[in-house]
Write a protein that binds this ligand. Structure first.
Ligand SMILES: Cc1cc2nc3c(=O)[nH]c(=O)nc-3n(C[C@H](O)[C@H](O)[C@H](O)COP(=O)(O)O)c2cc1C
Length: 197
């Protein structure tokens, strides 16, 4: 079975729910399945570090996940119009993988969640793509041939999947957001299936 790594950070559960929809979309493609992983939180030296394994949810990502997976879908909550520090911290630790070209030629996509409709989804998604381009990934978005992209009143962008969670961070994606997240997962998996033949 060819695997696509769905890697995310989520504190309130919104990005985690989108990750599960993306994983469903990946699983709709024959011969491809999702491998769900999270990045650990970062802590100042004065704070307690995270446990080595999360108490619930997906396990923490390891270097071999990047080697073994044929594609990557990376998710982060929006923090001040950008990715959250734990995701950037994880990316900043990938010097060895960059040097050995671990991700070169692998299809990749991004997803996010915000409190507000215009709170920076697009800036987060676009800036998350930049390090992936340095790693040689083949970046995919969502094309307008997905009719829901033109009708969604919440999240879902050509740059990647997204969710508008509101001020209380309601983690439940709308039907349109979930549909677009599955479409993105499916799209990455379809390309992975083609290039890994
Ligand atoms: C420090 C901080 C910064 C945030 N910055 C933004 C922002 O720029 N725009 C926005 O709409 N929401 C912002 N949010 C809200 C989160 O993006 C939103 O609640 C998201 O759904 C959280 O995802 P999660 O439930 O997966 O952790 C911010 C939240 C925090 C804690």
């Amino acid at each position: 079975m060819t695997e696509v790594l769905v890697l995310y950070y989520s504190r309130g559960g919104s990005v985690a729910r989108l990750a599960r929809q993306i994983a469903r979309g990946i699983g709709e493609v024959d011969g491809v399945q999702a491998r769900l992983r999270t990045v650990p939180p970062v802590a100042a030296v004065t704070q307690t570090a995270a446990p080595p394994v999360p108490e619930d949810g997906a396990p923490y990502v390891e270097s071999r996940d990047l080697v073994e997976c044929a594609g990557l879908v990376l998710g982060s909550p929006t923090r001040f119009g950008n990715m959250a520090a734990p995701v950037k911290h994880w990316l900043d630790g990938l010097g060895a993988e960059w040097a050995s070209g671990t991700l070169v030629g692998k299809p990749a996509a991004v997803f996010t969640s915000t409190a507000t409709q215009h709170g920076g989804q697009e800036s987060t998604l676009l800036t998350m793509m930049v390090p992936l381009l340095h790693h040689g990934c083949v970046i995919l978005g969502i094309p307008y041939t997905e009719p829901t992209l033109s009708s969604t009143r919440g999240g879902g962008t050509p740059y990647g999947a997204s969710h508008v969670a509101g001020a209380q961070d309601d983690p439940q994606p709308s039907e349109d957001e979930a549909k677009l997240a599955r479409a993105l997962g499916r799209r990455v998996a379809e390309l992975v299936a083609k290039v890994s033949r």
